[in-house]
Design a protein around this ligand. Sequence first.
Ligand code: PEP
Ligand code: MN
Length: 338
Amino acid sequence: MMIVMQEGASEEQIARVIEQIERAGAKAHPSRGEFVTVIGAIGDDRELVASLTLEGLPGVEKVLPILKPFKLVSREFRRDDAVVEVGGRRIGGGSFGLIAGPCTVETRAQTLASARACKEAGATHLRGGAFKPRTSPYAFQGLEDEGLKLLDEARRETGLPIVTEVMEPDKVDLVAEHADILQIGARNVQNFSLLKRVGDAGKPVLLKRGMATTIQEWLLSAEYVLARGNPNVILCERGIRTFEASTRYTLDLNAVPVVKKLSHLPVVVDPSHGTGHWELVESMAMAAVAAGADGLIIEVHPRPEEALSDGPQSLKPERFAALMERVRRIARAMDRDL
Ligand code: PEP
Ligand code: MN
């Protein structure tokens, strides 16, 4: 249920509504728009929440049900686009984010070379995994704590905010000390205890779609994070599994306009994992921008042929710089700031 306050409702009136919601054992989620505040009332006991008589309270314009199964992430709850801002970099609401960097933090030299190249080409955020979800237990699993320190160094040098993955609930506090944005990987999209922990951590979250999750399931996963009081979620389409075997996954660009209709959250696209081949990354990056994405996440490696993970889909710095130029032109045509 959502309570739409009147334009100019006072803080006192808002506080009174929140108090009533909480007294009924539900959680109140205020969302302050430019003109009006909307308060989501979410509780386990739906009938109890519905029975609250908030309509007559001073400052309340109207009380409406949220019909979709996902509530706080829905466009019904919030009409304007959410913006996720870290370190002065915004994603969403007309601001385009270009997150780039290696799949994995491998060495100090490789991390800093990638970071410098991405910054120079105009990336807005740096990516790189210190904890890696690998299909094989024998594959390189990441530098872990050491990798997080290298990411700190890369941020100090470039000023770019860091996006890095966290795989386990017990590691959330550690990774959150180093990351600006916590990445939840495709394989963990329905790891509900992890989603609750990142919801509590207070850092923005980049939530990848699972390779076999429907858009509704993905939005419900995002709802877990918002339900813990963390509104800063960026959704990331990274390809789904289909019968097609000529690409690593099938990049579902339908998801961009579908999600933008259903949700106010920013949506970014990952054409690196979505295609699995560096030659396809630029085309699909441009297509994603044209489809209305709020950003891209792209793998860049100084020497892809030597990469410990995802080399075949990683761009060399000069190719990434060329992609940036073309993406910039399309972003401009789509009224996105980059
Ligand atoms: C990654 O970003 O390197 C990664 C492992 O992505 P995904 O979770 O989408 O496979
Ligand atoms: Mn990767």
